[in-house]
Design a binder for this molecule. Structure first.
Ligand code: ATP
Length: 199
């Protein structure tokens, strides 16, 4: 089977900056967030299953998923959340497996903000955590998204802690310096991954 690296990290940690650089080095990056969006596009079986379970109130006139409506339903009801995940998780998993299998680079990357929480870590050989001090996560994410530091802080509190992630990761890139330093770290790891994937 293919050699796959899982890349994860909290909000604003620098995951995209890291995976963009791996991509520049020729590595195929499969994005779990993108896969989660694809499986609920019109025409996808998961969207039909969602409409069958939750009713047409979760679709707009064009048959597109009304995310805010669905979010509201599952937010307040753990059983409904479970029902949604029972539909989407297998579909996402299938998409990720198909895309990772098709990846034509020396190794491939699965980028997932919820790599461990979702169980997607089962698909990877090794894990890389992009780690940053919380004050930098908050500053970077709020500057990027134009939202208040308080909103980013609330998201941060709902996610796994740095300690929880650090305890699980095989490799860690501490993103507390310049982008150039981060990219140098990526290149150093890439050399090792190429070696490992070829043996
Ligand atoms: P999210 O999970 O919220 O999508 P992410 O982990 O993918 O975030 P990025 O989008 O890569 O994080 O980084 C957040 C912001 O901080 C971006 O605007 C990025 O350009 C910037 N950034 C990341 N690392 C650095 C750095 N070392 N120096 C300066 N800016 C950085």
């Amino acid at each position: 089977s293919r050699w796959i690296l899982g890349v994860t990290g909290g909000i604003g940690s620098g995951k995209t900056a890291v995976t963009d650089h791996f991509q520049r080095l020729g590595i195929v990056v499969v994005d779990a967030d993108l896969a989660a969006r694809k499986v609920v596009e019109p025409g996808q079986p998961a969207l039909a299953a969602i409409a069958a379970h939750f009713g047409d109130r979760v679709l707009d006139a064009d048959g597109r998923l009304l995310r805010p409506v669905l979010r509201e339903i599952v937010f307040s009801d753990p059983a409904q959340r479970k029902a949604l995940e029972a539909i989407t998780h297998p579909a996402i998993r299938e998409t990720l497996e198909r895309e990772l299998t098709a990846a034509d680079s020396p190794y491939a990357i699965l980028a997932s903000p919820l790599l461990w929480e979702s169980g997607q870590s089962a698909l990877v050989r090794r894990t890389l955590l992009v780690d940053a001090p919380e004050h930098l996560q908050i500053a970077r994410a709020s500057a990027r998204d134009g939202v208040s530091p308080g909103q980013i802080e609330a998201i941060l509190k709902a996610q796994w802690s740095r300690e929880q992630r650090l305890a699980r990761a095989d490799d860690v890139l501490l993103n507390d310096g310049t982008l150039a330093a981060l990219q140098a770290g990526v290149e150093r790891l890439h050399a090792g991954y190429l070696q490992e994937a070829s043996t």
